[in-house]
Design a protein around this ligand. Sequence first.
Ligand SMILES: Cc1cc2nc3c(=O)[nH]c(=O)nc-3n(C[C@H](O)[C@H](O)[C@H](O)COP(=O)(O)O)c2cc1C
Length: 157
Amino acid sequence: MSRRDMETQQLAILQQRRSVGNFTDQAVPRDILLELLEYATMAPSAGNRQGWRFVIVNDLSLIQILVDKGGSSTIGKSQCGILVTYEKNTLTPDYRDDLQTAAVCIQNLLLAAQAYGLGTCWVTTLPAQSTLRTIFKIPDTILRWPMLQWGFLPMCK
Ligand SMILES: Cc1cc2nc3c(=O)[nH]c(=O)nc-3n(C[C@H](O)[C@H](O)[C@H](O)COP(=O)(O)O)c2cc1C
């Protein structure tokens, strides 16, 4: 394969990623989710702090609770999701480098999922942060800016 062909193939991941609003009822195996998280944590992090913390949510009754408490209906269509959080500990709070680092990690997650042929949707329509903290026992002193990235289900071809 020529260098140009290889580049085209790699860049196709960027071109092809789209948010998905409907998912199959096929659950994504946990080992695949863990592989995706490994790719997610290869993202750059401010001060190399790597303060990401994840919660895999694959309990359907819990997913329904998140919808009932104000989460997007998209969440309710998926079999699993990943809550991405980041430690409060930050070098440059004025620039919210923790938020930026969490965001770039999520983007890695989306692109890795695309490479695996899985559909995703980044969702910020969520229950109130205080509700999420209670449900997932997220300490106020440690974690901040929970963001949810849902889907991980095979896309319709
Ligand atoms: C920070 C952020 C928050 C988002 N929140 C939601 C959301 O709550 N619900 C939803 O359905 N899509 C959400 N999206 C997905 C966008 O709607 C989607 O990326 C946009 O429409 C462009 O479509 P594309 O991803 O297919 O290019 C979010 C995307 C980003 C980057």
